[in-house]
Each structure stands twice: as C-alpha cells, then as structure tokens.
Design a protein. Structure first.
Ligand SMILES: [Zn+2]
Length: 226
C-alpha cells in the first residue's frame, strides 16, 4: 500500500487530502494588507468544519512567498491553528518555508501536545535535531527526487511521504527514491510508512486500523464525481 500523507490530487494511493481530510487557512491566503474581517469569516468556517476533519492543516509560516502578511501576523494565525488543534485533539500539518526557527521559537514558548507534520520538509540537520524535541513527523515530497536532503538522518519512525501539490510526480516515484536513499526495499518502506501514518493519527497498527483506512477511502468517494 502506498500512503500519501499530504495530497491535493486524488490518486489510487491511500491519501490525506487537503480540504477533505484537513482544514486550515494557508499562509498564502493571508494576503497583504491583512483583512481582519475576511480572516474572521474564514476562521469561523475553519472552526465549524474542523469537527469533521482528521487534522488541522495546512497552515504555517512562509518567509519566501510574496504579497502575504508579515511573519508576526502569520505567527498569530498559526497560534490560533495550534489552539484549535489542541481543543479538538487533532494533529496539525504545517507548511514552513525559511521559517523553522520561527516555528521552533513558538514551540519552545508553548509546546503542542499533539502530533505535528512538517510537510515537504526542507530544513537542515540542526533544525532536524531541534525539531525532534517535539512530536514532529517529517514528510518528504517531490524535492527528494532532485536532492537527497536530510532524509537519512530522520529517525525512521518519524518519516512520512507525500505528493503535495505536484501533479507530474506520483507517490510511487517518491517511495522508490526514498527506498533507494535509505537503502531498504519498497515493501519494507511501505510497512514503516504505514506504521508511522497510523501512529501520527493515533491509530493502532493492528486489525482495528483497517476501519480507519476504509473510512478514509469512503471520505474521498465524492471527489470522483468531479
Ligand atoms: Zn505547503
């Protein structure tokens, strides 16, 4: 089984689909100047829909994207997402671009008790070591095909894989590259990722997990209509 923990496009893999399984306000949606009224309206929607979601995300911090609000406002918004995830006892999926030290600062000030997924992880060795002090999982995507990155220093039980917003790259390609970099077979990697995926969502890795997986596929059914 190929598991794609952060996907925007429906495929044959077992997926967590942004907007179907998760909800948040993405930092790119926070256009500058900050429109408090628009934000409040969107936030009400996020809070309502969060009752039906498996995770809060993707939300986060981005120091590279143009024409979005300043980093302090982004931090305020991310703080709200952490609080919401705490209230709902949900894990959180984070977008972070050139902002791992900002994120670490926030976690140091107020540790988050649920699991955190750093999607399309692109941090360095030092950041990996610091982030490992928290319940962080590292998800690798398309960049892995060009760059070995830090995948080999991630503890194997904190690793996940994704396609993200890519349409030209399949999750099978990402698994194949990751297996090569980690020097393990694809079936072995699939077993590891499945266990990590279930742990991330607080599911046990036994017979009972089949319901979680079955329900996930049922949730995606309506997407086939589009
Ligand atoms: Zn992202």
């Amino acid at each position: 089984m190929f598991i794609d923990v952060h996907a925007y496009h429906l495929s044959a893999a077992l997926q967590i689909l942004v907007g179907i399984d998760t909800i948040a306000i993405h930092p790119w949606e926070l256009k500058s100047p900050f429109d408090q009224l628009a934000f409040d309206n969107n936030w009400i929607d996020v809070c309502k829909k969060s009752y039906h979601m498996l995770a809060i995300g993707e939300c986060g911090l981005d120091r590279a994207h143009e024409n979005i609000v300043d980093i302090d406002t982004q931090k305020e918004v991310l703080k709200k997402h952490f609080e919401l995830a705490n209230e709902r006892s949900l894990p959180i999926i984070i977008h972070s671009v050139r902002a791992y030290s900002d994120l670490l600062g926030m976690l140091k000030r107020k540790p988050f008790k649920n699991n955190i997924l750093l999607h399309a992880f692109g941090g360095n060795d030092y950041e990996v070591q610091e982030l490992l002090k928290y319940p962080v999982y590292f998800s690798y995507g398309a960049r892995l095909l060009k760059n070995p990155l830090t995948i080999s220093i991630i503890p194997i039980d904190r690793l996940l894989l994704e396609t993200g917003d890519q349409t030209e790259i399949s999750i099978e390609q990402i698994y194949s590259k990751a297996a090569e970099l980690l020097n393990i077979s694809i079936p072995e990697l699939q077993k590891i990722i499945k266990k990590n995926f279930l742990t991330f969502f607080n599911q046990s890795n036994d017979e009972s997990s089949s319901d979680f997986i079955k329900n996930l596929n049922i949730r995606h059914k309506p997407r086939e209509l589009f």
